[in-house]
Each structure stands twice: as C-alpha cells, then as structure tokens.
Design a binder for this molecule. Structure first.
Ligand code: SF4
Ligand code: SF4
Length: 79
C-alpha cells in the first residue's frame, strides 16, 4: 500500500497533478487544476495556489500525479 505525501513548500499550484489523476478525472468537472466539484471523489485539489490532499484513501498509487509534477512536490511512500 502507498500513501500520498505532498510538500506544499515546493508546490507552485500548476494543477498538473490534479488533472493527471485518473480518480479525479472520473468527474467531468475536473478542469483548470481545481479538481472535481464533488469533494467525496477528489483526491488532489489546488487551494489558494497550493496542492492539498482531500481524500487520500481513494488513491490507487498509480503515480501519474508524481510523474506530472515538475517540482517534485508529491511522493508516494510505502506505508
Ligand atoms: S497516485 Fe494516481 S490515483 Fe493516487 S493521487 Fe496520484 S494520480 Fe491519483
Ligand atoms: S504538486 Fe506539483 S503538479 Fe501538483 S499543483 Fe503543485 S507543482 Fe503542480
């Protein structure tokens, strides 16, 4: 099992991770890096210019968000 970790001090709020996440993408309202409107299905969301983990338990550990981040602000760690 993997656990998501974010490093807000590195994040510049581009939203790449939000739109690359296949779980977030189930909601067609995923756009502009904000993530789904429905908070019950969103894993990552940019709030005030910084990435936040909303529902980390939904993460399947695919790594798309990690790969999409240009500054290394997300990691998957083994729990
Ligand atoms: S590892 Fe995959 S499922 Fe988990 S938040 Fe990142 S993109 Fe989404
Ligand atoms: S964590 Fe990385 S990809 Fe996600 S919004 Fe921040 S800088 Fe962009």
């Amino acid at each position: 099992m993997y656990k998501l970790e974010v490093y807000p001090e590195k994040c510049h709020g581009c939203g790449n991770c939000v739109v690359s996440c296949p779980v977030n993408a189930r909601d067609p309202n995923t756009y502009g890096g904000k993530g789904p409107e429905d908070e019950s299905i969103v894993i990552l969301r940019v709030i005030n210019g910084v990435v936040n983990i909303i529902n980390g338990d939904l993460c399947g550990g695919c790594g798309a968000c990690v790969e999409s981040c240009p500054v290394g602000a997300i990691k998957l760690v083994i729990k």
